[in-house]
Design a protein around this ligand. Structure first.
Ligand SMILES: NC(=O)c1ccc[n+]([C@@H]2O[C@H](COP(=O)([O-])OP(=O)(O)OC[C@H]3O[C@@H](n4cnc5c(N)ncnc54)[C@H](OP(=O)(O)O)[C@@H]3O)[C@@H](O)[C@H]2O)c1
Length: 304
């Protein structure tokens, strides 16, 4: 798969990256690692995780996979949201969640984020941030992460005393190669304008219904969540015209690739066939302008 040099950094990432938010929430560890292997086998070399994903277990699953491949892949993790504490109630919730995802597909959107709604936010104080990063490195079994993002940070969080020094320090120590923000679109725009020193790399949602974010030159852009907010509504409307849900899903991802030509686009999936089909999009010429226009029209009817 084609690689890009991410502006704002010296990172080389695969055009499509694989997100781990849903893995340990909906699947066990062995199946999660198998899907990571499939993503890698399909040419994906960039993997996105966070302390909070998969009830705090996604990093460990990614750590199992990284093994001998560490030098051949890039990894993002995040800090600022903590996973829920381990408890019997949590074990029960996870087990129910994994069964529920199998028997009741309608539960999947709730489970996709792997307990993030149970995560606490705002842990940006340098001591807490360092503890989070050290835990991530231990779980991932690596000495360095390629990219460290402030997870769902708000502009006010960046006023936390010592936070910028902490980020620069971990880069100087070799524990992260670069840092940036991974938050909602409004906070991203505000932070880019008011605290650009935190935002040389931004990771943000970009669907075909979202206007392009205005970024200064030289800022690295990673986008995500191109498929999930729109795929159901758009495929419902497109059915009469013969577009299946799979076609719509792939078109939404292809639209996100088109919208971010110099950066990387993340997706997640727990389905082997979809991972392979999505990965192939990175090296394909892309959909026709007419199909993309039609997709955008269908998506604009119901932006979420
Ligand atoms: N703050 C942040 O930085 C932030 C926020 C959100 C997400 N992320 C990252 O971005 C990654 C991806 O985001 P996301 O999971 O929200 O969005 P996404 O990739 O748009 O959506 C994933 C969902 O779409 C389905 N899907 C994938 N490909 C499909 C296709 N071709 N056709 C139909 N359905 C398809 C998957 O279902 P199946 O599993 O059933 O295949 C999965 O439920 C996350 O895992 C996370 O790593 C980062």
């Amino acid at each position: 798969m084609r690689q890009i040099e991410l502006p704002g950094s010296e990172l080389r990432l695969s055009r499509l990256g694989f997100g781990t938010a849903g893995l340990m929430a909906r699947l066990g560890r062995r199946e999660s690692v198998r899907l990571l292997e499939i993503a890698h086998d399909s040419g994906i070399t960039h993997f996105d995780t966070a302390r909070a994903y998969g009830y705090g277990e996604a990093e460990a699953a990614l750590g199992d996979f990284l093994g001998r491949r560490r030098d051949a892949v890039t990894v993002t993790t995040k800090l600022g949201m903590l996973p829920p504490r381990r408890s019997r109630a949590l074990q029960g919730a996870k087990a129910l969640g994994r069964v529920g995802a199998r028997v009741l597909p309608a539960l999947r959107p709730l489970l996709r984020r792997g307990g993030q709604s149970m995560a606490s936010s705002g842990a940006f104080e340098p001591l807490a941030a360092r503890a989070s990063l050290e835990t991530s490195l231990r779980e991932l079994r690596v000495e360095t992460v390629d990219l460290l993002l402030l997870h769902e940070c708000r502009p006010d969080d960046l006023e936390t005393e010592g936070l910028l020094d902490f980020l620069r320090q971990v880069v100087a120590e070799g524990k992260a190669r670069a840092f940036g923000i991974g938050t909602d679109r409004a906070s991203t725009a505000a932070i880019v304008a008011s605290r650009p020193e935190f935002a040389r790399i931004v990771q943000v949602r970009q669907t075909v219904a979202d206007p392009a974010l205005e970024l200064p030159p030289g800022v690295g852009l990673i986008t995500h969540s191109a498929v999930v907010p729109l795929v159901d509504a758009v495929s419902e409307r497109a059915r009469a015209d013969g577009w299946s849900r799979e076609t719509v899903g792939r078109l939404l991802l292809a639209g996100a690739l088109r919208a971010n030509p110099a950066g990387a686009v993340l997706f997640s999936s727990t389905d082997e066939g979809r991972i392979r089909a999505n990965a192939a999009l990175a090296d394909e010429p892309g959909p026709s302008a007419a199909d993309l226009e039609r997709l955008a029209r269908l998506a604009e009817l119901d932006p979420t």
